[in-house]
Design a protein around this ligand. Sequence first.
Ligand code: NAD
Ligand code: TDX
Length: 339
Amino acid sequence: MKILVTGGAGFIGGNFVQYMVNEYPEDMIINLDNLTYAGNLETLKSVEDKPNYKFIKGDIADREFIFDLFEKERPDVVINFAAESHVDRSIEDPEIFVRTNVLGTTTLLDASKTYGVKRYHQVSTDEVYGDLPLDRPDLFFTEETPLHTSSPYSSSKAAADLFVQAYHRTYGLPTTISRCSNNYGPYQFPEKLIPLMISRALADESLPVYGNGANVRDWLHVLDHCKAIDLIIRKGKEGEVYNVGGHNERTNLEVVKTILKALGKPESLITYVEDRKGHDQRYAIDPAKLENELGWEPEYNFDTGIAQTIDWYLNNRDWWENILSGDYQNYFQKMYVDK
Ligand code: NAD
Ligand code: TDX
């Protein structure tokens, strides 16, 4: 099989590409990525010389480029990870989220339809369901939960999901969608909560917690997510949506305190800052469909997964210290210093 993975130089896509290249030496994995601020080929060092791996630089929203690529490569399967992925950036500047997340997805759908791909898989998010109240721990997102977005990011991801479903219903494109909760693990860009807090705590810098830190996220180890996607592209039913989550709910404050404890740093580093606009209260996934229909089960619980992740950041300082320069510095200055 020839599998086109978009966004494979990012956090989840990078973990997925490494997993697939090693797990399926008989499949060809093509990584298409535009190398935005979030794309980093250092993540792919371990597979770059493997015969079943190829990197192509390009923009998923560039129609001519994408159609040329499909004409030449004729992929059997397309898995779309490529996106603008950071909620705070979408609040500052929504436009690129529409271009990449919506137009990029429809361009890939069009090419997949034209060249008859056997499976188009869209990597989506639980954020399309909006949020759950903090005082109703009995509620979870299921695949039937109505879409009800809060941020420009989640709205762009929901729009993309609706186009995927339209291409299935209208044109019969064999699609699947996965909606997962917050991922954590190696190679996550240090603008996201966990690597941001690890890198700042190590430098004895203040840790910016939005609002009162009581918002809840449902943490999923990136490798459990990769295995779920592998299962869905092979065994998932066309036209279906699958939620992916490991029942690991934590408040942001709990996560930050866990990191400080593991690093032996004081809680006095915590600084409460202005809340995110439209900040979603709680995400919590019900993964019963994926577990019951496809037999998925997560291997990581959060306590061991976060300990391993912290060790990874301690042992791979070069990877993230290189990132903490250039464009990211400008962004960080604007978000956390100038505000
Ligand atoms: P990321 O920001 O780390 O990586 C995104 C990648 O996409 C980067 O390598 C970037 O260069 C590439 N890219 C961006 N625009 C592109 C374009 N126009 N053409 C080609 N490549 C482009 O993101 P991530 O955290 O790895 O997320 C991957 C996917 O998973 C996204 O679709 C995101 O919405 C979804 N998701 C992420 C999480 C999470 O917790 N990180 C949770 C749920 C869903
Ligand atoms: O500095 C911070 N301080 C803070 O309190 C940052 C960066 C975040 N937070 C809070 C906001 C959220 O409640 O931590 C929580 C997690 O924030 P992010 O890491 O930005 O993730 P989130 O907004 O939950 O979205 C993530 O999960 C769903 C991904 O970035 C999305 O791509 C994915 O769809």
